[in-house]
Design a protein around this ligand. Sequence first.
Ligand code: SF4
Length: 409
Amino acid sequence: GQCANVCPVDSIMEKYEYLDVKREVQNSEKIVIVSTSPSVRAALGEEFGMPDGSFVQGKMVSLLRKLGVNYVLDTCFAADLTIVEEASELIERMTKKNAPLPQFTSCCPAWVKYVETYYPEMIPNLSSAKSPIGMQGPTIKTYFAEKKGIDPKSIVNVALTPCTAKKFEIRRDEMNASAHYLGVEGMRDMDYVITTRELAKWAKEEGIDFASLEDGEYDNFMGDASGAGIIFGNTGGVMEAALRTAYEFITKEKSPEQLFNLTPVRGYEGVKEATLKVGDLDVNIAVVYGTANAGKVIEGIKQGEKQYHFVEVMTCPGGCIGGGGQPKDIMKDKDEVRKARIASLYTRDEAMTLRRSHENPEIIHLYEEFYGKPLSELAEKMLHTSYEDKSEILNRKRDIKMSKWVCSI
Ligand code: SF4
């Protein structure tokens, strides 16, 4: 039994957007583009009776085409872009000292919201780099649209994700860089988010036999990814991927073998720490999942007990492979399922020859033809963002509680 089938709360809480996407697919005036997050391909097969952690990238692409999607692109491409921007930002913080350390990753919207609400004083520590989905959206509506000769106004941008929190991330006010760039009022960078479970539901409703689909290929210009982009879905994966690039940017030498199986940050513990030699620098890192663990790490930093340079935080257990939109089977051991998905992404990375984000040829072209260089003026406008102190929400909640208490006496 899938939880969504037996648990009414799940279906009430999860807003199904795939029905909107289905409607857009049927509209011949729209060009529907789906970008797929790293973790979906390591879990979607579970919905169709395949072993846990089956790597089903090719079938997933074919499924989307069969459902009538016009282009299938890879959010792992944008994960490579995020790595390049975020590693460049880290180097600036460490060398120019233009912003505080440690730098926190910012690709998990639930973590970003946690900082904005509970630790607004740490907002300057959040990387200004948008998440992969946050970068994929505006790049499709500008660069990709131009390359393909598509009117950006006809594009319906859909992110296929393991994550229900991405549904609010794409609706943050500031996720409209393409509207500013193109001068089109009301345009959003990303229009819909559908989860792994929603896609499976849609496929089942259409009666598609997923297991028998042939392997399909992504479309070009934004469909190629490195192994570093793929492991973004695992806890520790963002860190490992970013260090492969940061190492080479700092030392101008090839990153060592150690960065292709970074054991201290792999594995399933909630907090992992390591110190790495990068040229003359000792880089202190931490990898965390779960907000309770993150709270402890922040307190350690604030008390001066811990001095890190770079901290990765993901809200879900095991990282995005354990996201709220992934298949759920109450009969299975959750941790074992998550470990199988983690292994699936690492195995894929190991099998690839392209394992460094900045060596992805499509990323190199994107910089040459559009963004110029990492942290350029255009990159800052389109690929970076800022955050807001939202601690006021806590005061409001406290006031409501107080007024209820006052009323009751
Ligand atoms: Fe979403 Fe969870 Fe990944 Fe955060 S860790 S981006 S909440 S799936």
